[in-house]
Design a binder for this molecule. Structure first.
Ligand code: FAD
Length: 418
């Protein structure tokens, strides 16, 4: 969209005096302000972000950006000038310290105040850290959430360094893949019985365990971290089984928590994140929430999704409703992970599955999750076709016969008509 002339802008501003404010300039916040304008909102729009950089995509931070295969410019969701061109007041490097829903006013960390008519909270999530009592505050101990974390890690991952990864979820596994690719000696410990224990079936975990071991990662399951050791800088780790190892770098990937601090202090309803209704509205009628920080309803349960797809789709629904519409958010979960030369694509949510069926067609591999005979999720490894067709089936509530799914000669697309 080309920049509008000043006269048009002045007329527009007099026609809509409302002020739309979005807190959190990440994936959801950036999507939401763009959608507000696309919906024809003519009022003032302000996007406030604690980070000093314009909104960017996080997934490459543990993938192509960290390996050095993606430059900084390509991380950016939009060039910074786009916000001015669309008359969006982008305030970076400024956190929102307090929210007063009764007065409809925010106080920023620099002491300024901002009034709003309609507010969206897109504050994302915060990584869980190890407590200082077990060495979590030593130098050389990293988490992976934002650009500064990725830059610090990129400097630390030099060939020959001994790297300990704590946690075998997606962030830990992706970090292990990058560290191994960069020539580090990598040990990964997972306290649970297997990697991806919270998010994927044993079959998917088996695939990634084998992949990491084939790339030289010393992957240890059922082994927690007792403590990190060192004087100032981390130099060692004691594992749950008593083993002591020498390390130069530790990467902590033990999950995230929704960033609800602002909402909680303001008295909003918090339940597994900032609770929202079908229209992404919080317990306050003037405040919406979207992305990692927000929980929503899915098949009768209150869930929270930590994914780009959720941030985008939820933010778009929130924007439509803030603009005066009545859209409902129906999560259609999807996710991906890149490790070495394997692209994992996930459609649906596998919660409560009671059967997993394996389809192997040449190099392509996919795992199909069923609950009470209903297809609910698919993990596809280097198999974009299985992912796309599985996603369509899940969304259309088509549950093909598992016998046909596992048959490598079966035409998956034909099963869409099942
Ligand atoms: P964020 O993008 O985290 O943005 C929230 C922003 O709000 C932050 O910039 C924060 O500083 C700001 N903020 C918080 N509080 C305040 C405040 N009080 N005042 C002002 N600003 C505030 N998802 C996938 O689907 N696929 C992947 O492969 C994938 N890989 C990932 C890899 C990494 C390393 C990470 C960290 C995440 C990954 N994700 C992936 C998850 C995905 O990036 C997130 O789900 C998505 O970014 C959520 O968007 P969001 O806008 O809710 O939060």
């Amino acid at each position: 969209m080309p920049a509008e002339p000043d006269s048009t802008k002045a007329r527009r501003m007099t026609e809509d005096s409302r002020h739309f404010v979005v807190v959190g300039a990440g994936q959801a916040g950036a999507t939401l302000v763009a959608k507000l304008r696309a919906e024809g909102v003519a009022g003032r729009i302000t996007l406030i972000g604690a980070e000093a950089v314009a909104p960017y995509q996080r997934p490459p931070l543990s993938k192509a950006y960290l390996t050095g295969d993606m430059p900084l410019e390509r991380l950016m969701l939009r060039p910074e000038r786009w916000y001015a061109e669309h008359d969006i007041d982008l305030r970076l490097g400024t956190g929102v310290a307090t929210l007063d829903p009764a007065a409809r006013v925010l106080t920023l960390t620099d002491g300024a105040t901002v009034d709003y008519d309609r507010l969206a909270l897109c504050t994302g999530s915060v990584p869980r850290r190890l407590p200082p009592a077990i060495g979590g505050d030593l130098d050389g101990v990293h988490v992976m959430r934002d650009l500064s974390d990725a830059d610090a890690l990129a400097d630390a991952l030099v060939p020959g360094r001994r790297v300990l990864i704590v946690g075998g979820g997606y962030i830990g596994l992706e970090a292990a893949a990058v560290a191994a690719k960069r020539g580090c000696d990598v040990v990964l410990v997972e306290a649970g019985q297997r990697v991806l224990g919270r998010v994927a079936a044993p079959q998917t975990a088996d695939h990634f365990r084998d992949l990491h071991r084939a790339h030289g990662v010393d992957l240890r399951e059922g082994t927690g971290l007792e403590r990190l050791t060192g004087e100032g800088h981390v130099t060692g780790a004691t594992l749950g089984d008593g083993t002591e190892i020498e390390i130069d770098v530790a990467i902590v990937g033990v999950g995230i928590a929704p960033d609800t601090a602002l909402a909680e202090a303001a008295g909003l309803w918090i339940e597994n994140g900032i609770a929202t209704d079908m229209e992404c509205r919080t317990s306050d009628p003037h405040i919406w929430a979207a992305g990692d920080c927000a929980s929503c309803l899915f098949e009768g349960a209150r869930i929270r999704l930590e994914s780009v797809g959720n941030a985008i789709e939820m933010a778009e629904v929130a924007a439509i409703n803030m603009a005066g519409g009545h859209a409902e958010y129906e999560p259609r979960p999807w996710f991906w992970s890149d490790q070495y030369d394997c692209k994992l694509q996930i459609a649906g949510l596998n919660t409560g599955h009671d059967a997993v069926h394996v389809r192997r067609a040449g190099e392509a591999l996919s795992h199909w999750y069923y609950r009470d005979g209903r297809l609910i999720a698919v993990d596809a490894m280097n198999d974009p076709r299985a992912y796309m067709i599985g996603k369509r089936m899940i969304e259309a509530r088509i549950s093909p016969d598992p016998g046909a799914v596992v048959d490598p000669d079966a035409n998956l697309k034909a099963l869409l008509k099942a």
